[in-house]
Design a protein around this ligand. Structure first.
Ligand code: ZN
Length: 496
């Protein structure tokens, strides 16, 4: 690194330390903090955020970025200044009054949303949501709308992605997924999954989930797993990545939750060590991150090969499963059933939940849909895409936390992750062959090594779009995903 990068590196180190402290406090809050800590923690967190914001938007920071931009030569240096420039521009576009007002409205909004969902009272949340939608429009205007208000908001989570990308994605999957889900629902061959529900003891679940996370490649010398009501993955160094899971009546919650978060975790652990504590380390976007969690959760974790290896271990840990055969088990963990709640949705119906939110967000932001008409519009879309209608708004348009936090434009990254997981997988199998036969013998390194080389080790060096292009040779598309879903589920359900 040249001298011009030294002052940038110093400021970056401060930002990183403050960010690490915030992330650690957040991790603690969601895992171990007693309820009595909430009030003090909220104050402490907001002070750390303010300090970070002050440094990130300082004159010194701007000067350091400008000097580094002039001196940047290597690919790493160019990427570093690109990332810093993007963060600086985003952080300085919003007026301080707006940031304060948004923070006030979202913390109030979250509280009202919790009450409204608990009491099934959309009317209570409606005025807040009206303000939040208005505020999202205002936010997009302050960032600057070059393309569409939705593109501006989406770009906060997925650099370079546009509303047109989302439209193309959902236009491609809408018809085929709705039809396939309906065919499965009507075929009358729903597998039994009752044996996966029970009062499972916690210790064997902890041991089993840690064993499979370690087997697929999560490094427990550089990470650990704890429990949280809403599982997540976080970290503050390539040497310290934290997974969380939860233990529920459905045994799959812990198993697939762990594999999902371990997928996020391996991506974070896989950045080059010399990038640690710089913006080059870690996953590049929400969509690419989700592609990595879905790979291990669905493409590996729900495969026959995986369970050929691990069903005997699971049966040893939970003797009531001793009589379940491999085929029945694999069908049970791949059961497709239209349901109302996104976070509990199966692999196939999941994208339909996302598509509904995307369509509604677009209409809310453009004013085509009034907030007052949201419950009816929500229910109509569930009827038309999934063939079911929520019996309450709590299980309908009030179920997700995102809108109460003012996060509009976030949802499509989940679907992008699903599509990209299969697009990467398809490229991988073309290059190294189908790895599934090796799973039965516990061999996951071919997949891990391929992902490490092509994706993990690239960290945030390339933009999401460039990464997809360089790995698969084409932009994100739906063909691989649709072909995979059709073949997999037609096979499992014996459809023609
Ligand atoms: Zn995830």
């Amino acid at each position: 690194m040249s001298n011009a990068f030294e002052s940038l590196a110093k400021i970056q180190a401060d930002l990183n330390a403050l960010g690490a402290a915030s992330a650690l406090m957040d991790w603690d809050q969601q895992t171990y903090m007693p309820a009595g800590g909430a009030e003090a923690r909220a104050v402490q967190s907001s002070i750390l955020s303010r300090m970070r914001h002050e440094i990130a938007t300082s004159d010194a920071m701007e000067r350091a970025i400008r000097e580094a931009e002039e001196a940047a030569e290597s690919e790493e240096e160019l990427a570093l200044v690109r990332i810093h420039r993007r963060s600086f521009d985003k952080a300085t576009k919003l007026t301080p009054q707006f940031v304060e007002e948004k923070s006030r409205l979202t913390s109030e909004g979250h509280e009202v949303w919790v009450k409204a969902r608990r009491g099934n009272d959309f009317g209570l949340f409606r005025p807040v949501l009206e303000k939040l939608v208005e505020m999202a429009r205002e936010e997009a205007e302050q960032y600057g709308i070059d393309d569409h208000v939705y593109t501006t908001l989406l770009d906060l989570y997925e650099e370079g992605a546009t509303k047109a990308d989302c439209d193309r994605m959902f236009d491609a999957i809408r018809g085929p997924l709705v039809d396939l889900v309906a065919e499965i629902r009507d075929c009358g061959r729903q597998p039994d999954n009752g044996f996966l529900f029970g009062d499972w003891p916690i210790e064997p679940q902890r041991a089993f989930t840690e064993r499979i996370a370690g087997a697929v490649g999560f490094d427990f010398d550089r990470g650990r797993q704890d429990t949280a009501p809403h599982p997540f993955c976080t970290g503050w160094s390539v040497g310290d990545i934290r997974l969380t899971t939860r233990f529920e009546r459905y045994l799959g919650s812990a198993i697939f939750g762990t594999l999902h978060e371990a997928g996020h975790g391996m991506y974070e652990q896989g950045s080059p060590k010399n990038w640690d504590r710089t913006p080059l380390a870690g996953g590049v976007s929400l969509g690419i991150h989700e592609s990595q969690s879905r790979t291990w959760e669905n493409l590996v974790g729900r495969s026959r090969g995986f369970w050929t290896r691990f069903l005997p271990d699971l049966q040893q840990a939970f003797p009531s499963l001793a009589s379940v055969g491999l085929d029945d088990f694999v069908r049970a963990v791949n059961r497709v059933e239209p349901s109302l709640i996104r976070v509990e949705a199966d692999e196939l119906t999941y994208n339909l939940h996302i598509m509904i939110r995307y369509e509604l967000e677009c209409d809310l932001l453009t004013g085509a849909l009034a907030v007052a008409d949201l419950p009816e519009a929500w229910n109509e879309k569930y009827r038309s895409y999934l063939g079911i209608v929520p019996e309450s708004d709590s299980n309908g348009c009030l179920q997700d936390v995102h809108w109460s936090m003012g996060a509009l434009g976030y949802f499509p990254t989940y679907s992008m992750g699903n599509l990209l997981s299969v697009q990467f997988w398809t490229t991988m199998t073309q290059e190294i062959g189908d790895p599934e036969a090796g799973f039965a013998e516990g061999r996951f390194e071919p997949v891990f090594e391929w992902l490490r080389e092509k994706i993990y080790s690239v960290g945030s060096l390339k933009t999401p779009r460039d990464l997809v292009l360089s790995v698969t040779g084409r932009p994100m598309g739906a063909e691989d995903y649709l072909a995979h879903m059709s073949a997999k589920y037609r096979g499992l359900y014996g459809l023609a």
